[in-house]
Design a protein around this ligand. Structure first.
Ligand code: ADP
Ligand code: MG
Length: 680
């Protein structure tokens, strides 16, 4: 049922609710609170503590209002039997302002701060008395500008009462025998408790969450199984295991393949000779040489006259593939064409034509490769690089793009993120896995040091000395907030500081908000040695390859996760020169940050670092979309809940066998539209 069926949801609010991913009434019912506030117990002003949330009832003693420019500041004294409290409001809405009158009895809830003149509450929630006291905890929902907590709570309440009248809005799809066998509550019990947990029974909330986590993981598993069963019926055109083109490419390489590369290529050769599409995941640490594996895999399709699409997660990386692959393939007479989102006009038309008419053998690009309007002449193989940036959905969409009747292209997926086994069972259940567990010879581990921010000048000076001696360095600016804009600003500032401190050193800047052409020009200059220091944001995190760069400084290193630090550090240590990495941090360090930095100092091994990463993540922290390639889950957390997976798989078997009618509704509820594609 659509959200507009709820009272109080008009056009304007509808749009805002959509941005939270809430489209149907059932989405509202399953909108998980971030946390809860306890407004079931009244406190006394005399007992207030700095830093806690408190619920207070009292009478307004005085109201003082000050107008400053367009801001009106209100200072209200509220008194109960035990003392008085300061309330502060800035531009209170008329409804609230009307309650702020001397003599008015109010109930307020807010965070308490200890101030000079007793305790303060800024912007408390206010209720006119008399009013009944809450009996359940108050949920705090993920919100968005223009959606207040009060409004979200009202919408949830509306949804809950409508659901009582119309149970079909969110039917309980898990057969009750199964739920009981697993000691899980019914869906109704779970959802009601989720939004209105009784304060005296914390176990109810735990059980509710268990039910929802289990159901979500189960749906994920069912979606994967259905997709896998479906894909297993696909056909593909068998290719040659040892194409002559591949032998020529290999002969022209300036290095010999590692044993691991050769082994993975054998796996690939065994896949592509089958009449079914290859669906293989190649997992190899940063720098293990995945690109050349992709190029050699491409040869089989190219030799059969088919096209190969190579998709990267960022433009920077796509441009790098374009350069590398052109260098390898152009001498062999294979045209490599780039399709990027920023191409315009004639350039774009020409590229599209080359792809549509088959002149382009290899096509590189970002997801722009698979937009509408791009038609391949005859796509035989899709390579997805750095897979963790793409979701299952995109993988499916890609396969559809290359479909000709019942025939699908082969698919090769490459990732540098080691994947824990339980995660692989859900996220990659449909892929076969090969591991590149060897780095090319001659790599030296990157010597890593953690250095407090106070020694930044010293780090800069040493960087200057190294650059004057002919070395190249990255200076990476990172922020936790996912704001390209702020990150770009931080990089611009670092760029200015470095230019001022080291006037004789050539410093360049690259960040995500620059035009692709400008970015590429800077990258090229760095690669050609015309720049000594590249100041960059995390745009360089994945895949960028400049073997001569041997120094890296990472700012705010304490705020990054291990996986990301390892990815970034993987940009150095690629040539024969001894490399080093400085992790700048601002003290004091949390215990976890301390441990992370220690792991980085002690290890260069991606698999070990990934294991530590899982260990160090506290429960409730998500393995985000970027890492897993999975859409973010609503209740489940693969790091926290991974021990449930074997049981989830067993239950999935039972559901598939005994309750097939539950499969589709569960998938539709939790996995959503993306996997609809799998039905075609
Ligand atoms: P990643 O696995 O991180 O994508 P790349 O494919 O970018 O790694 O390779 C990293 C570097 O190693 C590149 O400069 C590449 O040319 C080089 N390389 C790849 N395979 C070998 C090898 N067998 N011997 C020596 N160097 C290699
Ligand atoms: Mg790579």
């Amino acid at each position: 049922m659509e959200l507009s069926a709820l009272r109080g949801v008009g056009e304007a609010m509808l749009a805002r609710l959509h941005t939270l991913g809430l489209r149907r009434v059932s989405d509202v019912l399953l909108h998980a609170p971030l946390r809860y506030e306890n407004r079931t117990r009244l406190g006394m002003i005399a007992d207030l503590q700095h830093g806690e949330d408190a619920l207070i009832e009292g009478v307004v003693l005085s109201v003082e209002q000050r107008q400053k420019a367009r801001q009106s500041n209100w200072h209200v004294r509220l008194q109960d039997e035990s003392g008085a409290l300061n309330l502060w409001f800035f531009n209170p809405p008329p409804g609230i302002a009307a309650m702020l009158k001397p003599g008015q009895a109010l109930r307020v809830f807010g965070a308490v701060k200890g101030g000079m003149l007793g305790f303060d509450m800024a912007h408390p929630e206010v209720l006119r008395l008399p009013a009944p006291l809450d009996t359940a905890l108050t949920p705090v929902y993920p919100a968005q500008a223009g959606l207040s907590q009060g409004y979200l709570r009202r919408v949830v309440n509306e949804a809950l009462s409508l659901w009582t009248q119309k149970p079909d809005i969110l039917a309980d799809e898990l057969p009750s025998e199964l739920a009981q066998g697993l000691a899980l509550p019914s869906l109704r019990e779970a959802v009601v408790c989720l939004h209105r947990p009784p304060p005296a029974q914390p176990a109810c909330l735990d059980a509710a969450k268990q039910r929802l986590v289990f159901e979500e993981l189960l749906a994920q598993q069912l979606g994967m199984r259905r997709w896998k069963n479906h894909a297993e019926r696909w056909l593909a055109r068998p290719l040659c295991a040892e194409p002559e083109l591949g032998q020529r490419l290999r002969a022209g390489l300036p290095f010999a393949l590692t044993r691991a590369q050769a082994r993975v290529l054998e796996d690939i050769a065994a896949d592509v000779v089958q009449p079914r599409p290859m669906r293989r995941l190649v997992q190899g640490d940063v720098g293990s040489g995945k690109t050349v594996v992709a190029a050699l895999a491409a040869c089989a399709a190219l030799e059969a006259g088919q096209q190969v699409a190579i998709m990267a997660p960022t433009e920077l990386l796509a441009e790098q593939h374009q350069r590398n692959l052109t260098a390898w393939f152009a001498p062999l007479g294979v045209a490599v064409v780039a399709l990027t989102g920023s191409q315009k006009g004639v350039a774009r038309r020409k590229a599209l034509e080359a792809v549509a008419q088959g002149h382009a053998g290899v096509v590189t690009g970002t997801h722009a490769l698979f937009q509408d309007g791009v038609a391949f002449h005859d796509l035989g193989l899709i390579v997805i690089d750095e897979q963790h940036r793409f979701g299952v959905q995109q993988r499916l969409a890609l396969s559809e793009k290359g479909r000709q009747g019942e025939t699908h292209p082969h698919q090769l997926v490459m990732t540098a993120t080691p994947i824990p086994r339980t995660l692989a069972m859900t996220a990659y259940a449909d892929l076969d896995v090969s591991v590149l567990d060897e780095l090319p010879p001659g790599r030296t581990p990157v010597a890593t040091a953690a250095v407090p921010d106070s020694r930044r000048d010293e780090v800069m000076a040493r960087l200057g000395t190294a650059c004057r001696a002919g070395r190249q360095a990255y200076w990476v600016c990172t922020l936790v907030e996912e704001s390209e804009k702020l990150e770009a600003k931080a990089a611009e500032e670092a760029n200015e500081t470095l230019c001022a401190a080291l006037p004789d050193v050539r410093v360049g800047l690259v960040h995500g908000r620059m035009k692709p052409r400008d970015k590429e020009a800077v990258m090229r200059a760095f690669k050609l040695g015309k720049l000594d220091i590249l100041v960059a944001t995390t745009v360089i995190e994945v895949g960028v390859d400049v073997p001569n760069a041997s120094l890296m400084v990472i700012e705010n290193a304490e705020r990054l996760g291990l996986a990301q630090l390892h990815q970034l550090r993987g940009r150095v240590g690629r040539g024969a020169v001894e490399s080093s990495c400085v992790l700048l941090f601002s003290p004091p360090l949390s215990a976890i940050a301390k441990e992370r930095l220690a792991v980085m100092r002690e290890s260069n091994d991606g698999f070990l670092i990934a294991e530590k990463d899982l260990e160090l993540r506290g429960p409730g922290e998500f393995l985000g979309t970027q890492q897993t390639g999975l859409a973010r889950m609503r209740f489940a957390d693969l790091a926290r809940d991974s021990e449930l997976i074997p049981q989830v798989r067993e239950v999935a078997d039972v559901v598939l066998r005994d309750y097939p009618q539950a499969v589709e509704p569960l998938i539709a509820r939790w996995v959503g539209a993306g996997v609809e594609l799998a039905k075609v």
